[in-house]
Design a protein around this ligand. Structure first.
Ligand code: AMP
Length: 126
């Protein structure tokens, strides 16, 4: 089944400059900005500039340049936030929700980077 991308989603509008965002980092293929409703002291969203719906769409169909750029950008943000466990930071969590069961609200692929407090168990009880 082909992925169907809705270009009216809020992150598409951010990428087109139609609504503002609090940018943390921007590269050729990737944009990272602060979540509007942060769930932790540090809550950054990393998105590809390409039209990908969710993680598997991006992982399966993005170019190598897009994939590398996205992952390196996410890593650089962790470094800039000072949260890398290997470098003495207190750690963080990355999350990517997909589809109905993942409770994905915005249908443009994004990686949440959450940090700045103990983040508790991975999943709440259903
Ligand atoms: P998800 O449920 O994984 O799709 O997460 C979507 C995230 O986007 C939520 O954490 C929202 O707070 C965040 N969000 C929605 N609109 C905006 C916006 N205009 N700027 C920044 N973050 C947003």
């Amino acid at each position: 089944m082909a992925y169907v991308y809705d270009d009216q989603n809020i992150f598409a509008k951010i990428l087109r400059g139609e609504i503002p965002n609090n940018t943390v980092m921007e590269t050729d293929h990737t944009l990272a900005f602060r979540d509007l409703h942060p769930q932790a002291p540090e809550h950054v969203l990393v998105i590809p500039k390409g039209a990908y719906v969710c993680h598997d769409h991006f992982a399966l169909e993005a170019s190598e340049a897009e994939l590398v750029d996205f992952m390196r950008t996410a890593g650089r943000i962790c470094a800039d936030l000072g949260v890398q466990p290997g470098e003495g930071g207190a750690g963080y969590r990355t999350i990517s929700n997909a589809g109905v069961n993942g409770l994905q609200e915005v249908p443009h692929y994004h990686l949440h980077i959450l940090a700045g407090r103990p983040l508790g168990p991975l999943l709440a009880k259903a």
